[in-house]
Design a protein around this ligand. Structure first.
Ligand SMILES: Nc1ncnc2c1ncn2[C@@H]1O[C@H](COP(=O)(O)OP(=O)(O)OP(=O)(O)O)[C@@H](O)[C@H]1O
Ligand SMILES: [Mg+2]
Length: 360
């Protein structure tokens, strides 16, 4: 286990900056999940930490030791990739043992470590098989076993579940949570899947276009996204977002006008005349016949314990998704209307940053 401290770390390829100077401190034993759209620099950041890329500027310390220019093998970390990269001609046991063989550990030592790791990942009965005779989830477990067999201080994972089907992803997600609880290894995990981020992370790092947008505990990012990008990245179904204009500001907040003429109150500090994006989470919409968010139900998603009503788009106001109790009956085409409490409304300014909330 070790902390990871990144200071001023950046990466250019030629004249293209793919990672702007970045600071990030990860605590010993933390599970940090990096999310963001394709091409935003997640893998680059991970590869810099691993030592697979040379930084353009900045430094990396692992466990308090500067490893900025250390070889990958001397950083005390291991990396698991999306493609399992197992050796097809070796058995599961030989694949797991491989890093220990390379490190020239004594044979008895190797056998004991392999047995222990296989046990912890439920691979004991598969040790004699070759990768070709394993399922996708079993292969991914072998690649994790191979990564942790040397007891890395930091485990880096780049979209480790993205090749697996939906059911297996959920199972493996639970295994990662258990693995982290058991090993207490510092883990840095890259994913596209915000549900993986929400459920696994101690802290989430949201990236966009080569920069860190926000770092925080999952529920803090969910409740108070600092930017439009974070609001879009966290939550499923996502936050409803629509253009609006601040019409009036007073001590309690602002009155915002939607393109269809409806007014919405928000407990937010802002100036009259500002163009904003208004954001509301589906679960914060409350039935209100005179409410500003209204429209015919175009799609009704029944999930069992709850349902989501998709209200048809009205011009600049796109589809609005509202959460309803699971036992609520709705017919397609029926018009529903919702309101929202002022302290549940998010407003994002022209620069994409959230306008400050007013204390309740
Ligand atoms: N060797 C390279 N030379 C030039 N550009 C590169 C190189 N490697 C990556 N890039 C660019 O850097 C940017 C970030 O790439 P990176 O792989 O870090 O993104 P990512 O967030 O991991 O994306 P994905 O979710 O698709 O895996 C991309 O625009 C990519 O094209
Ligand atoms: Mg990537």
């Amino acid at each position: 286990m070790a902390s990871v401290a990144i200071a001023g770390l950046s990466k250019r390829f030629g004249t293209t900056t793919v990672l702007a100077p970045t600071d990030l401190s990860i605590e010993d034993g933390e599970f940090v999940v990096i999310v963001g759209p394709s091409g935003c620099g997640k893998s680059t950041l991970l590869r810099l930490i691993a030592g697979l890329e040379e930084p353009s500027t900045g430094s990396i310390a692992i466990g308090g030791r500067d490893v900025t220019h250390a070889a990958p093998a001397d950083r005390g970390l291991a990396m698991v990739f999306q493609s399992y990269a197992l050796y097809p001609h070796l058995t599961v046991a030989e694949n797991i043992a491989f890093p220990l063989k390379v490190a020239k550990r004594p044979g008895a030592d190797i056998a004991a470590r392999v047995a222990a790791v296989a046990e912890s990942l439920d691979l004991t009965t598969l040790l004699a098989r070759r990768p070709g005779a394993l399922s996708g989830g079993q292969r991914q477990r072998v690649s994790i076993a191979r990564a942790i067999v040397r007891e890395p201080q930091v485990l880096l994972l780049d979209e480790p579940l993205s090749n697996l089907d939906a059911e297996l992803r959920v199972r493996m997600r639970h295994e990662f949570a258990r693995l982290h609880a058991r090993l207490a290894t510092t883990m840095i995990y890259v994913t596209h899947d915000q549900l993986e981020a929400m459920t696994l992370a101690n802290r989430i790092v949201v990236m966009s276009e080569g920069r860190i947008e926000q770092v925080g505990a999952p529920l803090d990012l969910y409740a108070a996204p600092a930017t439009l990008h974070v609001a879009r990245a966290i939550g499923s179904p996502g936050m409803n977002l629509m253009p609006a204009m601040i019409e009036e500001a007073d001590a309690d907040g602002v009155t915002v006008r939607l393109p269809d003429g409806h007014a919405v109150r928000a407990s937010v500090a802002g100036a009259a005349g500002t163009t904003v994006m208004l954001g509301v989470r589906p679960e914060h919409l409350v039935p209100d016949a005179a409410g500003p968010f209204a429209g015919p139900v175009e799609l009704f998603e029944r999930l069992g314990p709850l349902s989501f009503a998709h209200l048809g788009a009205r011009g600049a106001i796109g589809t609005v998704v509202a959460q309803l109790p699971g036992d609520r009956r709705v017919t397609l085409g029926e018009t529903l209307a919702f309101g929202i409490a002022p302290d549940r409304v998010h407003l994002f300014g022209p620069d994409g940053r959230a306008l400050p909330r007013l204390p309740a």
